[in-house]
Design a protein around this ligand. Structure first.
Ligand code: GLU
Length: 315
């Protein structure tokens, strides 16, 4: 029996009201000083369905730092650049460790577990940088995100990038360590500079949901009709988001939400409902694994009400 279409406008309205009323909001990231200044009271949600309808509420028009969500876009670019050769520099397994862990790298000869932990994303950035100057590479990444969002106003928050650059000792350690194994090809400073800047891309929930829409639609953005990647590649990026997109909280996210998703320490989450919609949620307070606390709860509520979990379970 086919399910009735979910009333997305009502669901967004209810979820936003529920989340605004909650007092448990997690803790904003403080290791990047500029992010520590963000008001934990924000909550935004936007759904763009495959027909192009937008359902948005709360602080959905306030730009926030997408941080690690940018890793979905850099992974897409790197795969476009060198295809499956990318897997020489980075693996495809969940890490089970914190997002910035260095321990695993030693055991695995400097090849990071997956493209979404910090070390993996730095290795992916290095691949995109090869053969180009840092400024050119950054321009390419930004233009790609603008193209995906179909919005030329998406920009980089320079204060956030500078703030992370000043305090990025751990990422610096990861990059230098990988360089010692020959996994990083370019100057560590250049690679990190590009990495910090793409993490500092600022987007609203609505822009981010639009940018993820190609992953809901077999690699083609249904709003522009433009193909971004093949259907097979979109499926594989979704698989990586499901298994690795929330660091050592990925199992919990799959269990509770049941969608491919990627979080960032700015408090955003991009979630993909294949064949249905792209969803962006933002609440700056994080849980212990570094994922948006209310963002995850909101998505859990949303998949419960829409029946969009890829694992089924709608009765
Ligand atoms: N720019 C952040 C870092 O490297 C990204 C981490 C995240 O968003 O999870 O620490």
């Amino acid at each position: 029996m086919s399910q009735p279409e979910p009333d997305l406008a009502a669901i967004v309205r209810d979820v936003v009201a529920d989340m605004h009323a909650r007092e448990d909001r997690g803790t904003v990231a403080t290791y990047i000083p500029e992010l520590a200044n963000v008001d934990p009271g924000y909550f935004g949600l936007a759904i763009v369905d495959v027909a192009g309808n937008v359902y948005a509420g709360g602080d959905c028009a306030v730009p926030f730092s997408i941080q690690s969500i940018s890793k979905v876009f850099t992974l897409t670019l790197a795969l476009g650049r060198i295809g499956d050769r990318l897997w020489r520099y980075v693996g495809r397994e969940p890490s089970g460790n914190r997002f910035n862990s260095i321990v695993q790298l030693e055991h695995e000869a400097g090849v990071p577990r997956n493209p979404f932990i910090n070390a993996g994303a730095i290795a992916v950035t290095d691949v995109i940088l090869s053969g180009r100057q840092p400024r050119e590479t950054l321009g390419e990444i930004l233009r790609f995100v603008q193209f995906l969002a179909d919005d030329a106003t998406v920009s980089i928050d320079k204060d956030v990038a500078d703030s992370e650059k000043r305090t990025g000792y751990r990422n610096s350690a990861l990059a230098n360590y990988m360089k010692s194994f020959g996994v990083i090809q370019n100057s560590v400073d250049y690679t990190l500079g590009v990495y910090f800047h793409h993490c500092a891309i600022a987007m609203t929930c609505e822009q981010l949901a639009r940018a993820g829409l190609f992953l809901s639609c077999n690699g083609t953005n249904p709003l522009t009709g433009l193909s971004v990647v093949s259907a097979e590649r979109a499926r594989r990026i979704n698989a990586l988001m499901l298994t690795c997109g929330h660091y050592d909280g990925s199992g919990e996210f799959a269990y509770r939400v049941g969608l491919p998703g990627k979080s960032g320490v700015g408090g955003g989450i991009l979630a993909i409902a294949p064949g249905k919609a792209s969803i962006a949620v933002w609440s700056p307070g994080l849980d212990e694994a570094g994922n948006s606390h209310l963002g995850r709860i909101a998505l859990e509520e949303l998949t419960r009400r829409t029946g969009w979990s890829i694992f089924g379970g709608v009765s």
